[in-house]
Design a protein around this ligand. Sequence first.
Ligand SMILES: [Zn+2]
Ligand SMILES: [Zn+2]
Length: 886
Amino acid sequence: MTDAKKTEKGAVALREEEILKFWNENDIFNKSVEKEAPQGDYFFYDGPPFATGSPHYGHILTSTIKDVVPRYQTMRGYRVERQWGWDCHGLPLENIVEKKLNISGREDILKIGVKKFNDTCREEIAQVSGEWERLIPRLGRWADMKNPYRTMDTTFMESEWWAFKQLHDKGLIYEDYRSMHICPRCETTLAQSEVSEGYKDIKDLAVTAKFHLKPEQEFGDGKYKTKETAFILAWTTTPWTLPGNVALAVGKDIRYTSLRIKGISELLIVASERIEELFKDQEIEIVHNDMVGSDLVGLEYEPPFNSYSGDDTLESKENAWKVYAADFVNTEDGTGIVHIAPAFGADDLLMAQNENLPILKHVGMNGIVVPEVVELAGLSVKPIDDHQSTDVEVVKFLAKKGILFAKEKYEHSYPHCWRCDTPLINYATSSWFVAVEKVKSDLLKYAEDINWTPKHIKKGRWGKWLEGARDWSVSRQRFWANTIPVWRCKKCLEEDVFGSIKELEEKSGTLVTDLHKDVVDEVVYACACGGDMYRVPDVLDTWFNSGSVPFASYHYPFENKEKVDTRIPANFIAEGTDQTRAWFYYQHVLIGAIFGKAAFKNVIVNGMALAEDGKKMSKKLKNYPDPTLMIDTYGADAMRLYMLSSPVVRAEDFRFSEKEIAPVASKVMGRLVNVHSFYSLYKDEIAHEPLSDSTNVLDRWIIARTLELHAEVTSGMDNYELDKATRPLADFVDDLSTWYLRRSRDRLKSDDTEDVKAALQTIRWVLRKYAKICAPFTPFIADWLWQQVMRNDDPESVHLANWCSVKESDKDVLSNMKTVREVVSSALEARASVGIKVRQPLQTLTVSSDLLSVVDDELIQLIKDEINVKEVVVARIGSDVALDTV
Ligand SMILES: [Zn+2]
Ligand SMILES: [Zn+2]
């Protein structure tokens, strides 16, 4: 296809646009929501896409899934509201705004002021969505985009405050000082799920450092004594944490050895099991090999960096730079002795809390080394462009000081910021948590009844994540987000938690119209003690926003109380696999903890749409076709059918290929249009209605096939197996076009008016029925077809029609026709093998009686016509068929 042709819209696209216009002009979507719903409500929540992003194939895919199921359920007699939503908060937008304002990082934002920053975020959000509002309807997706919920709306945010207070009142909110993963560029903590998405293999520099033991220390119950030059060796993969060292940890029962390298007077202590690995190229002399970890406990050493050792104001300094015992020490790697920097590791922090060690934060939350560490001051510890650069400086320093034992390249899986790709660091910081572990057993119980497609996610990706769920850190140190509704007295530390605007207004005497940081941080009021109450500065994790969608989108409980109480759990949600640990999970946590039930009953998880070469779709590489071009060329119906019949609707990744859409467009949509065109040639000759009472075998067969299709699609949809529901559609159109219509052409041209009428009635009945069956999947062609063949008393759009109940199909005619087609195919093969064309008539076809057991004149006639033989004989023969070629 030439480029010039590609830019022209195909006939398919023009037909679809006509239908779209018809829907808009006649308000068909709203009519479908408002129509009588004898089955009641069917609840669907739409996970909000990020407002400033552009729609891509991932969205097209989930959008299609999110469209098919509500359309189907509407036809089944349910009322399915479909409110669109926008995710408006968080880092992606903050990053855009930082660029727009030509600033970078937290300090710059504070310099220009949170108000100006947030106001720019507000402006930026107001501009989005044009691309979405064009593409989503053009895909055939019905959603109420005119009245969307937005996570930045005050109503939405107030519901989240309510949720926070609910959790707080249930004892499920707490503040703690913990080791968290932070992104030094974004200067904020990240949630467990965000961290787990960003692991990449990188090479780091690992060092083994020598920690100089102070001389003249007796240890091991006086059995040993340190001399002038004794060292303990410890290994670390994060050399940049060494200035924060306050302790060394040994295993209480691990065996340790002191030794010398031949010719060197220094005494070195390591775990006995590690000697071979550490000294493989050196000759050594063992001094003592009978020590255990507990003998070493209490030994004092000189810190490798002495940035803090002279600081007498350091709290708990007397406990620092000593050897302690800890359970987490092992001899699998390193030296069997662990360097402890409590500000930069989870085990380290716990140990510091247990042993009352000082916590040295020699690195700020921005990842920059503080001035106190003169040797490294101002360096970034894990810069994105060269993550080893500071570690190299540390190695140089250790070497110069004579305390570097070894260095090596070390490859490991390391977490990176999902948003900006900066390597994360472990950082001890104060954070607010939702106590998920406290309610985990309930959450597991609520999850039992959730129906997952594909099934394996329930016990696999989702189930395992839920079982391993940890407390959720919900506070972030950012700006454009919902706020943590906690005010604290600077003087007596008394706290107020607010669950509504009204509560805050009453307590503070201030009118509150917006809940963003720039507004509520200005609300200060007096504490009973005489001090001032200020809001704690943190904001809420954006997952708290999207997890609150089921109730916050309705401003619950301030409005719509009864409605929301019945809307939970949702009947159906759908998103990609990446949301298993994200949106699915956070909804489940919030709804489970607050409402005491599951958030949803049925969920379809889709895989990733990859480029044709199996790589990730990349705007930069342009390795995938523009979706608008695909729609203009092949139609949205073809794109939908192509995606829905692929394994991507059961969480498997698939390769998007233009080569594969093309045949869907021609073989399904194209053939369907051809069937209709043929019907149109004859339809005005005899008055007829869509009826299914013909006695002709071809008619009876296609009617049975239609009923069979209807049953298959219904069962697939009822089980939320969209591929199983979709695939039979194409097979059916193939049967309709290449067998039924081909064999019926002559009937329509004949003089037998009764038979012509029967054929016309059947075709019209089949097309009308098919329009309904395919309506959820290929909504455009369905409505187009419907308008051509509908009855006078039918609703104006197929999408306002009702799904029929499943009827028994005539199994005999189905199986007989199957046999006939097998006979035909064998006979055609036989013809081909002897090189006699079909148009040359032959005398006799003999068919094995094993193959054709029922001898029916009409069926025999079909075979005769198709094979072009005068006679068909059924007999006992060795092969399936035998052709008389004489
Ligand atoms: Zn980041
Ligand atoms: Zn107070």
